[in-house]
Design a binder for this molecule. Structure first.
Ligand code: ZN
Length: 198
């Protein structure tokens, strides 16, 4: 039996679907929101409305922003950058930005090759990556150190081999099976500095 009205129960159920939150944390969060209705719940509701209306996917790199091209792609300091960092997910791009890796540009693949899950090259933005590649002098494959991540890196490396563009990957500090988004910023920037040729 629900202990609250449907409006509150639905809010709890929706929040419970967020990463890192379960039903218990969601219930606590909702109770906190209700207690802080003016200071927190109303501004959060308004911010969600504005974000829903504004979010878009960058047509160049696949980042999520409120404009397309995104703020990173439109940044004139990065236009000169010869380095393109290829990541699986927007969360990895944001993690690298938090780590302050410099005036680089990015490409979000939207996942990794995974035949078992039915994810093939056409399900990722690999074709778009191959089209962008000639603009750069170095492509860093910053995919996760998982089997699928490494399979994807090899696939892309094979496709880019004829171009002669320097292809590197992250090195020290990235644990095997680790996900970039969970690494601390020092580890991540070190891994980028110590990248190796594929
Ligand atoms: Zn972009």
């Amino acid at each position: 039996m629900p202990t609250s009205g449907p409006e509150i129960e639905q809010l709890i159920q929706l929040l419970a679907r967020l990463p890192g939150l379960g039903p218990r944390s969601a219930r606590r969060a909702v109770l906190h929101l209700i207690k802080k209705k003016e200071q927190l719940m109303l501004p959060l509701s308004a911010a969600l409305d504005r974000a829903v209306a504004a979010v878009t996917v960058c047509e160049v790199c696949g980042n999520v922003d409120t404009v397309s091209p995104c703020h990173i792609c439109a940044d004139p300091r990065r236009a000169e950058s010869g380095m393109l960092i290829v990541v699986e997910d927007v969360a990895d791009l944001w993690a690298l930005e938090r780590a302050g890796v410099g005036a680089v540009r990015y490409h979000v693949l939207g996942g990794v090759l995974s035949p078992l899950d039915g994810v093939g090259p056409d399900d990722l933005t690999i074709d778009a990556l191959l089209r962008r590649a000639p603009e750069f002098t170095e492509i860093v494959l910053a995919v996760n150190a998982t089997v699928e991540g490494q399979t994807t890196a090899h696939f892309i490396t094979d496709r880019l081999a004829p171009s002669g563009i320097r292809i590197t990957r992250l090195a020290h500090g990235v644990p095997v099976g680790g996900e970039l988004d969970y690494l601390d910023e020092g580890t991540l920037s070190q891994a980028l500095r110590a990248r190796t040729a594929l």
